[in-house]
Design a protein around this ligand. Sequence first.
Ligand code: PEP
Length: 281
Amino acid sequence: LGRHKDDERPTHFDYNGVRFGQDTLNIFAGLCAVDVQEHVEAMMKALRDNGQVCTRMGAYKPRTSPYAFQGHGKACLPWVFELAGKYGIKVIAMEITHESHLDEIRAALHQAGNPTGVMLQIGTRNTQNFELLKIVGRQQELPVLFKRGFGITLDESLNAAEYLASEGNRKVVFGLRGMKTNMGDPHRNFVDFAHVPVVKRLTRMPVCIDPSHSVGARSRAPDGLLDIFHVVAQGVVAGANMILVDFHPAPKKALVDGPQALLMEELPHFIEDVQLARETY
Ligand code: PEP
């Protein structure tokens, strides 16, 4: 995945009719965690109505507390995939935390007649789970959104991403999602979108930003301005190629990370803002 001097290998890949490259920009707005069909359908309908073909939907959720909702797992896959097909969604970003999840996703996609595609997400807690990375790397059918580790160096994260490529899967997008610091405020994580151009110069991977997990709240400031909109603009101006962002039709009812979810009615403004920022890149 690394870029070498005189490297002429491509900096893009195509999957299920969608191009992922260092010169493209795809928005993956969606639910952090799949909850009920009504919410998933409302999200997918809003995406279709706003010309979007990608989304995020978490079925397997790695949670800090073992008592927190862990995701519906494979039980929700058939109806999530069916709804995706109904609303013309071509790629769903979905985290996996165990090799069995990969088998479950592939089986459910196959059983449903492949109505949509899946981009496997490796979350920040598994950045250095090398055995999982080798397994995900060995299959070359599904692309991977690989999140940087929140407490390791960039170099360590880039090396970890190579585990995917060294096993054969080069359809990898590198995700920035903020870094842990001991400073706390103002955001949940230290927003690291200044690293977008760095990763693009060092590697051939398209780079994703995750404003939701970086900022951790719709708004921190008393003026109610949306911090997430601001950091997205910064990331897009820096050259981001993908945006993974949490939305929810009823954030108070969300089972995971409701406070950071943007509202459905903000989706058209969000897309417009991204387009404006893109024009200045
Ligand atoms: C997520 O995107 O749902 C997630 C848990 O992200 P991260 O691994 O970056 O915390």
